[in-house]
Each structure stands twice: as C-alpha cells, then as structure tokens.
Design a binder for this molecule. Structure first.
Ligand SMILES: O=C(O)CCC(=O)C(=O)O
Length: 136
C-alpha cells in the first residue's frame, strides 16, 4: 500500500481498475492527477509525451488529443512532427509514476490488469482549476 505515499483511507474512491484483452487501447490523453500505475497481470505499452508538447498535440476536447497515435496523420496534424514519444513497456509487478499533465496512450499487449492509484497523501486534485475543462 506504499504508506509513505498513499492514503489507505482514500483508496476506495481513488483507485481505478483496468481489465481488458490484448489490444485494448486507451487513446492519448492526460490526467488531472498524479498516478501510480501498478501492473498486476500482463504487459502494457505506454506511449508517453511530456506536457511540453502541449501546443503540438491538438488538444481539441477536455484532456484528449485529436491525434490517433496508432495512425499519425502529419498532413492533418503537421505540428505533431515536433512531438517526442517515449515508448515504455510495463511488466507485471512494476509500478510506474505518471505525473499530472503527461500525455499517455496505453495498449494492453496481453490480457491485462492494471490498478491506477490517485490516493496520494499529498494534494492531488488539479481538476478544480483546470481552465480548459470542456470543449476548447
Ligand atoms: O491502463 C490503461 O489502459 C489506461 C490508464 C490510464 O490512462 C489512466 O489511468 O489515466
């Protein structure tokens, strides 16, 4: 439970369970919390983009990008050519710290179970002052 970092009392509301077959995709977006991603079963591929890429990711709606990372169309999204993508594979038993604002596209490489923990002891609600909530 990582008591130095996570608040056990808050786990039931701020813990997320991701379960799916190989090939399940969560399209590129950023979160409004810091996350720990705990990989329990199977592997996950994470394509990670720093928040510095924000002007080039075509953030058309809330925290989502218009760009399909599986099929990048540079004619439609020319600014995306400036984006650096970091490729990470998360294995069972690994814990990944995903900082708030980092863009991520996630694919299950196997049947996969991931727990996402946002129940940090430190303040972790960055949604309340997120100005681009809704259509932009
Ligand atoms: O594990 C996944 O498929 C997606 C997790 C994710 O995108 C998130 O927790 O924000």
């Amino acid at each position: 439970m990582l008591p130095e970092y996570l608040d056990r009392e808050a786990a039931s509301e701020r813990f997320f369970f991701w379960f799916g077959p190989a090939g399940t995709v969560t399209p590129v977006h950023h979160d409004l919390t810091n996350n720990f991603m705990a990989q329990v079963v199977g592997r996950k591929q994470i394509k990670l983009l720093s928040p510095l890429n924000h002007p080039n990711v075509y953030n058309h709606l809330h925290c989502y990008s218009e760009v399909d990372l599986d099929n990048i169309d540079l004619e439609r999204h020319p600014q995306f050519r400036h984006v650096k993508i970091h490729d990470i594979t998360l294995h069972p038993g690994e814990l990944f710290f995903l900082p708030v604002g980092w863009w991520h596209h996630v694919r299950g490489l196997d049947v996969s179970i991931t727990l996402t923990c946002t129940n940090f002891r430190a303040r972790n609600d960055f949604a309340s002052f997120y100005e681009t909530y809704g259509e932009i």
